[in-house]
Design a protein around this ligand. Sequence first.
Ligand code: FMN
Length: 299
Amino acid sequence: MPEHMTAPGGDGFDQMARDAVYRAMFTRRDVRSHFLPDALDDEVLARLLLAAHHAPSVGFMQPWNFIVIRDAARRAEVRDLFLAAREQELPEIEEERRALYRKLKLEGICESALNICITCDRRRSQGSPLGRWHNPEMDLYSTVCAVQNFWLAARAEGVGVGWVSIIEPQALKSLLAIPEHVTPVAYLCVGRVSEFASKPDLETHGWGRRLPLPDLIMSETFCGQGEAPLKSTVARLNASDVAPATTCPADQFVAPAVPQREPPKEASALSFSSLNFDDASASLISQAGSGTWPAMVLK
Ligand SMILES: Cc1cc2nc3c(=O)[nH]c(=O)nc-3n(C[C@H](O)[C@H](O)[C@H](O)COP(=O)(O)O)c2cc1C
């Protein structure tokens, strides 16, 4: 890792480095198509895994493992799990959206260069539950931080990542020989891509849109009104935000796009969130006039 990337320091990054960080965030995509047949260099994959391994974790527990899956036959079996899970999920989707759901490309398991299953070993710090005594699920959240590091680093390397959560977790565990106390958090399709879409696929296909950020900001307490200057600053940066909410913003989003299912017995990030928070990324990007916003994000 280059020295300037790892040296600690109290200052913020210089403009170019800052732009690069925001660029990775605003142009990261969940990728299911456009995978190229090219192999993924181990040098690159190693950098992505290092980035993931430097994620924050509760009690510095580092509960993750990274199962690299290259074998085509095994991947075909995972894809079968996906197809079965998709059929199970389908009746839970609102009737009028089922045709669209069927058309969506929701995985790139076999087309990508390789797959990675990022797991959480829930026993790794047994005996020292720092930060997990009241909130045992913090180990899962830590693992999600590792996933996000991996995803952002991949974007910076021009590598596509697609998260597949439409898989029955017990079936996946048995296929990958994952022990009982280990939770599969993310199943990722990873590989070189011909392009990164400018906005989320689910937005392109009319499934969802990015929620207006000012409506999600609360002041002091849940649904607390206030923070008007902050909200207008956010709205200024994000040209697409429209009229402010008149009720508690959270109440606008109570009707999920996908009906709620019974929560799974075991917490698993492989269960697809029913709240439709996917959507248009780069409306922030449309603020090309804002002198303070990183120029390279504004494309
Ligand atoms: C926890 C999690 C699970 C997801 N599962 C799936 C999935 O099973 N299939 C899929 O196509 N996309 C999945 N996605 C990707 C989202 O649909 C995507 O992040 C969202 O539409 C926004 O698009 P973007 O990531 O390109 O910004 C998942 C994302 C997350 C964070």
